[in-house]
Each structure stands twice: as structure tokens, then as C-alpha cells.
Ligand binder design. Structure first.
Ligand SMILES: [Zn+2]
Length: 351
């Protein structure tokens, strides 16, 4: 347990964070909007190898986090975020939007009941090629292969050289999982697929039958429809989750267009929000941003960490922040970012 962890715990439960937030925001009307990013929400039955709370967020922390956020921030859907920025309304209170990437089933089974209970709106960005299938993304397939293998160690010279990697304990599996995923992310499609086949081989698994060994991971359209009817906003996250800047422009445009169209056909409503896969600045381009605007997207979100300033009015380049846990670490992290934001920006007096 680190010093920071204990300190934040004390500051949170003594309500010092709430006090500081009120003090910071008093007399100001120019506030930023924080867009919070989650992926999976987990309970005791979830099978996973931890990659941190932005990717793997325990439900017990989510259940504490949502009421805290609702009590201290104005929670907006992405429609409202865009409206506030475009109409020059600004954010009259510290504002926050909740977003989930990829479209995991647990967004429906675990997160949605909590959101509903507190009347909190969220936006889900779907990788449409996986919705309603028993498939999962290649990073989730790598995770599953480490979960299912009976091997205690393996070699993969292309990534680890001559080193034999131990995967006896959960910790070792988690480290191997992160290392392999990160290395493969940087490779062209063909090379990545070849290395994945190699990985399944050395882990003595049938890559094709892997998904049959476990239950469905992603949402189906029934679940998406139910949530959409209930006010959860549905956005696009491409069709197959490629790094869009690394493929021919026309293919990247098709990824974006098809994903938007598939959601619209299934929900009968316009899809206005896009979050590009992988999320780093270099994973997207100005050209694709322009294309998103052309086909009717009103916002594009990245995983560049930061707050969104209403004045900059840049809804096609929205920044996000990964949701950390437990709640006192999340509260402290957000507050620290706000302190920096307000200190850098002279106050505009209330008129
Ligand atoms: Zn994603």
C-alpha cells in the first residue's frame, strides 16, 4: 500500500476532496468536461487477466464510483457535451461524461443496472463486427489463451528472444499477456496473425476452438437495443478495431462507415459519436476526422488523456481519461487534474 493510496483514502473519507472541489469551482463559470473511459466491468465470476482499472474495472469500485461522480459533477451524455461545446454554452459546472469502449456484455449485465439505479447516462462505443457474435478481439483472444493454457512456460523468440517465459502464477500470466499484446499491437496485420498462431501452438491450444471453451464476452443487439431505449447512447468504435491510420485510407473509411450504418440499421437512430480504436493521436488522422464529420459524426474521442475545454470547441478531437479505482484514487486523480486546469486558466467572473 503506497503513501499516496493511504493519503487519498483519508482525504476522500474526511470529505476534504469535496471541500476542495467546491472551493476551486466557487465563483467560476468556465469549467472543463472530463470524459471518463471504461472497458470491462467485472465481478467474482469474471474470467480475466488484470490490465488495470481502465480495462478491467471491478463492479464493487464502479458501485462506489458512480454515486460519487454523480454527487460531485454534472454528468452529461455525449449529445449534451457536443451541444454545450458547439452552442458556446460552456460547462457551467465541472462536467463529466461516462464512456465505455468495445461493447462488452458486462456493460449490460453489471454496469447498466448501476447507471440505471443512479439515473446516470453513459455512451457505449461498439466494435460492430463483434456484437452478437461469440468472437472476441485479438487482444482478448490472447488473454483467453493464457487463461486456458495448461503450460507452465513458453518460448516466443520473435518477442522474447531466447528467454523462456514462466506462466505458472496468475501474476506471471498477467505480465506475459500485457507484454505479448503490446508487442503485437505494433505489428502489421499479417505478421500479428502469424505470431498468434505460433502462440496458440506453443501454449498447446486450438486457436479456432478457443472461444467454445468459454461464455460470450461481447453484447448482442437485443441488449444494445434495450439500453438504447433506456437512454444509453450508442456510438461507433469501427467494425473490426484496426489501427485506422495504418491501413489504406479507403479501407479505414469503410471501417468507419460500415460500423455507423450497422448500428443505425439495428437501432433505427442516428449514430453521432465515434471513438477511434487504440486511441493514440497517431492511430488516427486529420483526413479521417474530416471524413467522420462528412458522414454525420458530431464527435470523435481519443484516448489522449486530458480535460476538454468548452472554449476550444473541438468536438472532433475530444480527450478522455482512464477510470482508475478505488473511488478515492479516482476522486483524487480527477481533482488533481482540475487543480492544474483551473490554475492554468484565469477565472472568468460570474456575470
Ligand atoms: Zn477499443
Amino acid at each position: 500500500m503506497s503513501f499516496k493510496y493511504v493519503l487519498y483514502f483519508l482525504l476522500f473519507y474526511s470529505h476534504f476532496f469535496d471541500f476542495l472541489l467546491k472551493l476551486l469551482t466557487r465563483g467560476r463559470k468556465d469549467h472543463p468536461c472530463i470524459i471518463l473511459l471504461y472497458h470491462r466491468i467485472l465481478d467474482d465470476h469474471s474470467e480475466y487477466l488484470n490490465k488495470g482499472s481502465v480495462v478491467h474495472h471491478p463492479i464493487k469500485h464502479f458501485k462506489k464510483g458512480i454515486p460519487y461522480l454523480r454527487g460531485n459533477y454534472q454528468i452529461l451524455g455525449m449529445d449534451e457535451v457536443v451541444h454545450h461545446m458547439r452552442m458556446d454554452i460552456g460547462f457551467e459546472k465541472p462536467s463529466l461524461a461516462i464512456t465505455f469502449d468495445d461493447g462488452y456484455l458486462d456493460n449490460y449485465t453489471l454496469a447498466y443496472p448501476v447507471l440505471k439505479k443512479y439515473g446516470v447516462v453513459a455512451t457505449l462505443y461498439l466494435t460492430t463486427g463483434l456484437i452478437g457474435t461469440s468472437e472476441r478481439s485479438w487482444t482478448d483472444r490472447i488473454e483467453l489463451s493464457f487463461l486456458k493454457t495448461k503450460e507452465d512456460s513458453f518460448s516466443l523468440p520473435a518477442i522474447f528472444g531466447n528467454h523462456k517465459v514462466q506462466i505458472k502464477t496468475k501474476k506471471e500470466k498477467e505480465q506475459a499477456n500485457i507484454k505479448v499484446s503490446e508487442a503485437l499491437k505494433l505489428m502489421p496485420d499479417g505478421e500479428r496473425k502469424k505470431l498468434m498462431r505460433e502462440l496458440f501452438e506453443v501454449l498447446k491450444l486450438d486457436g479456432n476452438g478457443l472461444e467454445n471453451q468459454t461464455s460470450r464476452l461481447m453484447l448482442n443487439w437485443d441488449e444494445v437495443q434495450k439500453m438504447a431505449k433506456d437512454g444509453i447512447l450508442i456510438g461507433s468504435h469501427s467494425h473490426t478495431h484496426p489501427i485506422l491510420s495504418q491501413m489504406p485510407l479507403q479501407d479505414a473509411k469503410e471501417e468507419i462507415f460500415n460500423s455507423k450504418k450497422i448500428i443505425e440499421d439495428n437501432l433505427g437512430m442516428k449514430v453521432k459519436h465515434f471513438a477511434f480504436p487504440n486511441g493514440r493521436e497517431e492511430d488516427f488522422s486529420e483526413e479521417l476526422r474530416g471524413y467522420c464529420r462528412e458522414i454525420g459524426f458530431e464527435s470523435v474521442a481519443s484516448v489522449a488523456y486530458g480535460l476538454n475545454d468548452a472554449e476550444k470547441n473541438n468536438t472532433l478531437s475530444l480527450k478522455r481519461i482512464g477510470a482508475i479505482a478505488p473511488v478515492w484514487m479516482l476522486a483524487g486523480d480527477l481533482l488533481l487534474r482540475l487543480v492544474k486546469y483551473y490554475l492554468a486558466k484565469p477565472s472568468v467572473p460570474l456575470s
